[in-house]
Unconditional design. Structure first.
Lengths: 174, 90
């Protein structure tokens, strides 16, 4: 149950959220609750879902890594809804529940992750816990693994998904 | 939402409904979430507003002097520094 009632699937589809409903169904939420709530404000919904989808599924950073980051952020936000979703594409690419668990914490010493992945996971982990640690030296280290475009891609992913997760957390009564 | 999300419960949403429609509440919530997400990210990038509070287009160095170490748009101290002409960008 959510404090804002999702609008009907038909109305959400009429408002242009059909692709979002399909994606959320693929991720494990057949009810597509979040996009149907967002569809109360259709123009916001279109823009925000477009940004969320672009950040997660497009670009030059490995999608599996971005899905790991998204799930780590959902844990940081304390959001059980987004924590329960899984990208089918990432699962097909080898993302296991063990890796998801490993990406939540203690990843710095985990040989399952490359140094680049460890940096990216640290980046998202620290962003809303200890952002003061994301200084010039931290970014310099990141540039050893990623281009500036890729770092901005990860940062944008972190910002848009965390923002919607903290919002969604407040909408859930259970 | 950022600091005490647990305080935003059913009673809180009921109060919001006294003033806003569901569409407006979703708009507000998404707007706040978006800003929570992006402003923290932007802060780590160490860049400053392009304009001073009194509307001058300035360099990053000048903007840093106006806004200080923890930039906050149009906070009182930044406004006073800009209006007092403590710094120039010439």
């Amino acid at each position: 149950m959510t404090f804002i009632e999702p609008i009907s699937r038909e109305e959400a589809t009429e408002r242009g959220l059909g692709p979002a409903l399909d994606t959320f169904a693929e991720m494990g939420d057949a009810e597509a609750v979040f996009p149907r709530i967002l569809a109360h404000a259709p123009k916001y919904a279109e823009a925000l879902w477009g940004a969320m989808s672009e950040a997660l599924y497009q670009g030059g950073v490995d999608h599996r890594l971005k899905e790991l980051i998204r799930l780590q952020l959902a844990a940081t936000a304390g959001d059980t809804y987004f924590s329960s979703l899984r990208s089918a594409e990432a699962t097909a690419a080898g993302l296991t529940e063990g890796l998801v668990e490993a990406g939540l914490k203690g990843f710095g010493d985990d040989p399952q992750f490359t140094e680049a992945e460890k940096w990216a996971l640290s980046y998202s982990y620290l962003m809303y816990r200890e952002p003061e640690k994301l200084d010039a030296a931290f970014y310099d280290e990141g540039k050893q693994h990623f281009t500036e475009a890729q770092i901005m891609e990860i940062g944008g992913l972190v910002a848009i998904h965390y923002g919607m997760q903290v919002f969604m957390r407040t909408l859930q009564s259970e | 939402m950022q600091f005490h999300p647990e305080a935003i419960d059913g009673a809180f949403y009921a109060r919001l409904r006294e003033h806003y429609s569901d569409a407006e509440i979703v708009e507000l919530g998404a707007f706040i979430g978006f800003n929570v997400g992006y402003h923290t990210f932007f802060r780590t990038l160490d860049f400053y507003p392009m304009f001073t509070p009194d509307g001058r287009l300035v360099s990053q160095e000048e903007s840093r002097r106006v806004y200080g170490d923890t930039p906050g748009s149009h906070n009182r101290e930044a406004v006073l520094r800009a209006l007092a002409g403590e710094t120039t960008d010439e």
